[in-house]
Design a protein around this ligand. Structure first.
Ligand SMILES: [Zn+2]
Ligand SMILES: [Zn+2]
Ligand SMILES: [Zn+2]
Ligand SMILES: [Zn+2]
Length: 256
């Protein structure tokens, strides 16, 4: 369920903002308190709040006498007192993002911000930042996503349904030899923070590379695969500069 709520207080209010100095306003304003305790006081015009406090440490309310809200953060205090209250309400809220399909559980809209979230039931799916959400669906009803990790994988949004780690592992586990001199190990696909290709002889051999977001397009002069990524061709080993050697040689050969 969506348990995040936006609180809204509307009415004729006195607003006092205190930091090093003190500002006082009065007007018929609308105050919005977000789930992260960001407080915005809006008057009649413009997009900018009259007063605000971003991610306050605390927001308390007192309904005895005039309705008051007090937000505090470090040395800053924002006080809103309603002399004449037009309304006070809680509304459910979600992240807003690009629509990417329907929720198979409740039929609500799935949107992508950093994660993919259902705006109706609050279901949330963590997706890699570079993932592209596709139009086609998994058997479970969720949209699939395209994620490049050596190959372009098309898998379910829900890692509990289809696991990216398992797909990458199936494709590339023991596929590459450890480049360390004198080490006869193979690189295993494993998760250590991110998804990495790491030597099977760890911790005796500490060779390990984060698997880049891109598709393998060849072999580096060092023996490891090269990846075509958003920022260009690179070696699996981010510190290896020999991926470029090949192209440079090819270029000079073409010039001859
Ligand atoms: Zn839903
Ligand atoms: Zn699925
Ligand atoms: Zn090794
Ligand atoms: Zn290399």
């Amino acid at each position: 369920m969506i348990d995040d709520a936006i609180r809204v207080l509307a009415g004729d209010c006195t607003v006092i903002a205190e930091n090093a100095d003190r500002e006082e306003y009065r007007g018929r304003v609308t105050t919005i308190v977000k789930p992260d305790n960001t407080v915005l006081v809006h008057d009649a015009d413009g997009y900018q709040p009259v007063a605000w406090l971003t991610r306050a440490d605390s927001v308390s309310s007192d309904r005895t006498g005039d309705f008051t809200l007090v937000a505090k953060k470090d040395t800053q205090t924002l006080r809103i007192a309603a002399h004449d209250q037009d309304g006070f309400a809680h509304y459910p809220t979600s992240a807003a993002g690009t629509p990417v399909g329907d929720c198979p559980d409740c039929g609500g809209a799935l949107v992508r911000s950093s994660d993919v979230t259902c705006v109706s039931c609050g279901d949330r799916y963590g997706v890699p930042a570079d993932a592209m959400i596709r139009d086609d669906r998994c058997d479970c009803g969720l949209p699939k996503m395209r994620v490049e990790r050596g190959l372009a994988f098309s898998i379910c949004l829900d890692r509990g349904c289809e696991s990216l780690d398992a797909a990458v592992k199936e494709a590339f586990d023991r596929e590459w030899d450890c480049p360390e001199q004198g080490c006869d190990g193979e690189l295993r696909i494993l998760r250590r923070g991110g998804l990495i290709a790491g030597c099977e002889h760890y911790p005796d051999c500490e060779v390990g590379f984060a698997v880049p977001a891109g598709v393998i397009d060849g072999e580096c002069a060092c023996g490891l695969p090269t990846f075509e990524t958003a920022s260009g061709i690179r070696c699996l080993d981010a510190t290896c500069d020999r991926a470029l050697d090949g192209t440079l040689e090819a270029d000079s050969a073409a010039d001859d």
